[in-house]
Design a protein around this ligand. Structure first.
Ligand SMILES: [Zn+2]
Length: 582
């Protein structure tokens, strides 16, 4: 006991000594400022893997206290060169900062002493300069034991002669950010840090000018956030090219804006444009045809396309696909026609249906993928696909003993910044809603949606409620407005009796041990067939249903996989002969 006190004190003293060098150590709030505007000039030299940036950024103090220190972070492979306020250079200290928000697993952090404190809600404009290289790097993944090839397929960002793609915060901090350290080996740390950053940055504007100095003969395409940048100047001097481009100013969204420079060819169909790399002509045509064939199906569900869906090729066939704005980056070489349909269903839905609410926009795009699989191969194929997504969020939805009232709100579909919730869980929610109210009603509700009228989280639920006789308020409360975790259904009992000479009546009681209610399919198996009914069981509640069968019932199965549950091992109930009343 005494020893522990001593070591605690020693730790405190040591911390005090370390902090003496940085005046405001104890009041350093890395997330005090929101970066509201980026105006950046990029110099890119692909042969050298080099990025040089000069520009202006605007910071707004979103903390309740005046801030004297501004924290600016960039990838650890980049170095700070200059930081100014107005025309005056300001004092700044740089230090490495370990964080998995960047692919290198670390950031170059500048602690900038501002000329005067910035008051809450006050803003300050900084002139900045930094440079360095961005090469392929998967340190953050390999150091926690991720196999090399899996790490490579995730962290594929780099600047290189043949292909350049850099995603932003969460992959490569090629523009300045300010975040607390994120650690991939600590549960949701990275997602939480990233989620806070994205929420603060949503609506910030970015304006880029890009100069590319490279060897080449074709004019490369430069894309930012899925939008083609306009070439202002192009000079060819022998094998050397100098290209100046301007990327239209755009608001950052919850997805990460990505800069891509590649020698793309473009294939256009009425519903989709596909950018592909050399030699991928046939692959691009396959992809475009698979997508075009799906347009009528997607239109029937999600309305007419607002714009063409956009897809761009990635050179590494193992690269994990990534969405940036309206653009899907995916390796065409690894996309056979089955996968093409799956990817296209998602992209076409984005091109048709717009919402700034991630659980609606992304949830529906994933739901469309399940609908596509059902359309092609039947319900089971769709449920199997959704099952792959279930593991993504069921870990996060494990019931905990700690009170989680705050989590209930923060992690609700209307508020969450967690991808596994607004993608995978939301997909299930749309599927369950569709099972509950039917295709026609859900299509009508979606057709009535106007993004400009979506001023309140209850807007979409009200559109859905308007199309059904049932009151789905409890469902929205358990699944959308709050994160109540998952249901856990168990057949508590099943009693069967002979109703007539050729019919049996089985009375089934289902217990929901979980913390969210749902309407779930229940199948009774008997010699020669099955009967499936749907039963609504609220959280921590029971419900009873009577099912008629033409032979003695043998087995009850609750949930066909369409409702995500915390425990999937207790779904089958064998009817013992003793349960069958004579
Ligand atoms: Zn999407």
């Amino acid at each position: 006991m005494k020893f522990r006190k001593m070591s605690g004190l020693k730790g405190f003293v040591l911390l005090g000594v370390l902090c003496a060098s940085v005046v405001n150590c104890f009041s350093l709030d890395r997330e005090a400022f929101t970066f509201t505007n980026y105006d950046l000039n990029l110099q890119i030299d692909p042969e050298q893997h080099r990025l040089g940036v000069r520009g202006k950024i605007t910071l707004r103090n979103d903390s309740p206290t005046p801030q004297r220190i501004a924290v600016l972070q960039i990838s650890s492979s980049l170095d700070w060169r200059a930081i100014k306020v107005g025309d005056k250079a300001v004092q700044f200290v740089t230090q490495p900062y370990t964080s998995d928000i960047d692919h290198t697993g670390a950031l170059s952090e500048a602690l900038v002493t501002l000329p005067q404190p910035v008051a809450p809600k006050g803003t300050i404009e900084l002139d900045i300069g930094y440079e360095g290289v961005i090469v392929f790097d998967a340190t953050r993944l390999t150091r926690i034991g991720t196999p090399e090839d899996a790490a490579e397929s995730t962290d594929w960002d780099r600047i290189s002669p043949s292909f350049t793609a850099v995603r932003g915060a969460g992959y490569v901090a090629w523009y300045p950010i300010a975040t607390e350290s994120a650690n991939l080996s600590e549960g949701n740390s990275l997602f939480e840090v990233l989620g806070r950053w994205k929420t603060r940055e949503a609506g910030s504007t970015t304006h880029l000018k890009v100069s590319v100095n490279r060897t080449g003969s074709d004019l490369p395409q430069i894309l930012f956030g899925g939008i083609l940048c306009q070439v202002l100047m192009y000079e060819q001097m022998g094998p050397h090219q100098l290209i100046d481009a301007e990327c239209p100013s755009q608001a950052l969204r919850l997805d990460v804006s990505t800069l891509v420079i590649a020698d793309y060819q473009v294939l256009e169909r009425p519903g989709i444009e596909v950018r592909y790399l050399k030699g991928h002509d046939a692959l691009a045509a396959n992809f475009a045809d698979a997508a075009q064939a799906l347009v009528p199906f997607i239109t029937e569900w999600f309305g007419k396309q607002r714009e063409r869906a956009k897809t761009a090729d990635l050179p590494n066939p193992n690269a994990a696909p990534f969405e940036s704005g309206a653009l899907l980056l995916t390796p065409l070489a690894a996309t056979d026609s089955k996968l093409a349909g799956l990817a296209a269903a998602h992209q076409l839905t984005h091109a048709a249906f717009l919402s700034f609410r991630p659980w609606i926009e992304e949830g529906l795009a994933h739901f469309a993928q399940a609908l596509y699989l059902e359309h092609e191969k039947g319900r089971q194929a769709a449920l199997d696909y959704m099952g792959l997504h279930r593991s993504a969020f069921s870990e996060a939805e494990k019931p905990t003993t700690a009170p989680r009232s705050e989590d209930e709100t923060n992690r609700s579909l209307v508020n969450t910044t967690s991808e596994e919730l607004y993608r995978s869980k939301a997909m299930y929610v749309w599927w369950m809603l569709r099972d509950m109210i039917g295709d026609a009603a859900l299509k009508k509700a979606l057709a009535a949606y106007r993004p400009e009228q979506d001023k309140d989280p209850s807007y979409m639920p009200r559109l859905i409620a308007a199309q059904t006789q049932r009151d789905p308020a409890w469902f929205f409360d358990d699944w959308v407005y709050r994160d109540r975790g998952l249901p856990d259904f168990k057949v508590e009992s099943a009693f069967s009796r002979k109703a007539t000479t050729d019919a049996y009546m089985v009375t089934v009681t289902v217990d929901n041990l979980g913390t969210a209610g749902a309407e779930v399919p229940l199948t009774v198996k008997f010699a020669g067939g099955t009967v499936t009914k749907r039963i609504e069981v609220r959280a921590k509640n029971k419900a009873t249903i009577r099912v008629e069968t033409s032979a003695a019932p043998q087995e009850i199965v609750v949930n066909d996989g369409s409702v995500p549950e915390s425990d999937l091992t207790n779904k089958v109930f064998k009817i013992q002969t003793a349960d069958v009343a004579k």
